[in-house]
Design a protein around this ligand. Structure first.
Ligand SMILES: NC(=O)c1ccc[n+]([C@@H]2O[C@H](COP(=O)([O-])OP(=O)(O)OC[C@H]3O[C@@H](n4cnc5c(N)ncnc54)[C@H](OP(=O)(O)O)[C@@H]3O)[C@@H](O)[C@H]2O)c1
Length: 246
């Protein structure tokens, strides 16, 4: 892959696997995360191939500062992978709404607000590149939510909708910028520790995302998530029931 790829949440899980695979394929990777130790480890291990960006994506000022710097440091930045996200298990009727509010606001800021800021903030730069791509990670839960994580599901449905509309704009005005959504199944990472069955590894998930990107897919359905569009078309109520208790 030519040029620099930005991976948010590249310190762990799927983002880490994407980072390792991209480096293996010869790319340079700008990695965003909060964990300075892991960021330093990555930079030490991969030398010039990695630049480490300690940014708390819940902090809009930190996101703005990052956006001001990253293209100066990487004029060849061509691919943006918005991978970072958090998932809060929330029982609205059993929890204290006042205590819950900052946690949920933070979840929205990381999963949706920062992703919109990064995607739109880098568009003027990507527009000047000969070829570019934005890939946003979502989940089958963007199509049908689960009971246990309402705000996570809402942010991912928001990302799905935003990604499609941004794709329409780029198809019309900047067709050399591809805008893709990668719809993930359950993957074995910290996010799903202690729950979920039939998980695939972060490396298998990352390989599928990059293969989809390589093939120019607008929607990259990974693993079992491939079944969802047909299920939701043929039997939407069954699809909702299937994911509700996940
Ligand atoms: N795992 C699954 O089953 C699954 C299923 C469907 C979709 N997905 C999606 O796949 C993506 C990756 O998930 P994952 O399972 O790999 O998650 P993960 O293992 O929990 O890793 C999350 C990554 O996001 C970063 N991150 C979290 N909060 C951040 C913040 N405030 N600022 C900067 N970085 C932050 C973390 O970095 P630091 O620790 O350094 O902050 C970490 O690198 C997410 O978009 C998720 O919604 C995952």
């Amino acid at each position: 892959m030519d040029g620099t790829v930005l991976v948010t949440g590249g310190t762990r899980g799927i983002g880490r696997a994407l980072t390792e695979r991209l480096i293996g394929a010869g790319a340079r990777v700008a990695v965003v995360g909060r964990d300075r130790e892991r960021l330093a480890e990555l930079a030490a291990e991969h030398g010039e191939r990695v630049t480490a960006w300690p940014v708390d994506l819940a902090d809009p000022a930190a996101v703005d500062g990052f956006l001001n710097e990253v293209t100066e440091r990487h004029p060849d930045l061509s691919v943006v992978i918005n991978n970072a996200a958090v998932q809060t298990q929330t029982d609205f009727l059993g929890a204290d709404p006042v205590a819950m509010r900052p946690v949920l606001r933070r979840e929205i800021a990381i999963n949706l607000d920062a992703l919109v800021a990064i995607s739109t903030g880098l568009l003027p730069h990507l527009r000047e590149r000969p070829a570019a791509a934005i890939v946003n990670l979502t989940t089958g839960l963007a199509l049908a939510p689960k009971r246990a994580a309402p705000v996570y599901c809402a942010t991912k449905a928001g990302v799905r909708s935003f990604t499609r509309a941004l794709r329409y704009q780029c198809e019309r005005d900047a067709p050399h910028i591809r805008v893709a959504e990668a719809i993930m199944p359950v993957v074995d990472t910290d996010m799903t520790r202690g729950r979920g069955t039939g998980k695939i590894s972060a490396d298998v998930a990352a390989a599928a995302v990059l293969a989809g990107l390589e093939r120019g897919r607008a929607e990259i359905y990974v693993g079992k998530a491939r079944l969802l569009p047909a299920i939701m078309r043929i039997a939407p109520a069954a699809g909702h029931r299937l994911l509700r208790d996940g």
